[in-house]
Design a protein around this ligand. Structure first.
Ligand code: ELE
Length: 212
């Protein structure tokens, strides 16, 4: 799957809802309830970070939830990409982009949403064939103002800004012509996931859904 085709796929996913919840889940028994609450709240595209030992199992469990599209986040290496795909991930998100990772995703047919923040990083990703990128770390890298500036010379690239995005600042990003959706962990905080407070998470998802 070429980077062009990968970006077509990730763009279509990003168009499904204004927010992709970024999930850090340490306990796979929480996976089904969490994914069900998010899908019910109107956020069907989920990013499960590979930051916990349970993450691959979480991806497997969440992939069974009807209506959801489950991807792996924090995908750094070819091995991460392969394990994520084998676990059932339908896309991968990376904070950056390396040639090895890009080649691996091409080889195994896993759509990659690679990260970039500077003009040179964006241009390099464009040279590889990508037109849909993650802008990470969004707030620390200058926020909506920075992204707006990139739209001037590089209007053909669209972004999913992630990192420091909240319900409060998300509208600033979503108002930009080069932003399709945002990503954020605020939808499913650790405490609610640990407590299994699915009502609170579904309610936050509903609030996020109305952002666009
Ligand atoms: O794990 C990854 O692949 C990342 O790129 C980092 C996440 O996207 C951010 O940690 C989410 O940011 P917050 O919403 O500020 O918590």
């Amino acid at each position: 799957m070429t980077p062009e085709q990968q970006s077509q796929k990730t763009r279509a996913l990003c168009e499904l809802a204004p927010v992709i919840p970024v999930l850090v889940v340490g306990d796979a028994t929480r996976a089904e309830g969490l994914a069900t609450a998010l899908v019910a709240g109107g956020l069907p595209v989920l990013e499960v970070t590979l930051r916990t030992p349970a993450a691959l199992q979480v991806i497997g469990e969440m992939s069974k939830v009807p209506g959801g599209h489950v991807g792996a986040g924090t995908v750094l290496t070819p091995d991460d990409a392969k394990r994520a795909k084998d676990a059932g991930a339908s896309f991968a998100v990376s904070p950056g982009a390396t040639e090895r990772l890009v080649r691996a995703c091409e080889d195994i047919g896993l759509p990659l949403l690679p990260g970039a923040v500077t003009a040179s990083e964006v241009m390099r990703a464009m040279e590889m064939g990508f037109s849909m990128l993650k802008f990470f770390p969004a707030e620390a890298a200058g926020g909506a103002k920075s992204l707006k500036s990139l739209a001037g010379p590089l209007p053909q690239v669209s972004f999913c800004p992630t990192g420091g995005v909240t319900l409060q600042n998300a509208p600033d990003y979503l108002a930009l012509p080069n932003v399709i959706c945002v990503g954020g962990s605020w939808i499913a905080p650790d405490a609610d996931v640990a407590a299994g407070d699915w009502a609170a998470i579904e309610s936050r998802a509903r609030d996020a859904r109305t952002l666009r």
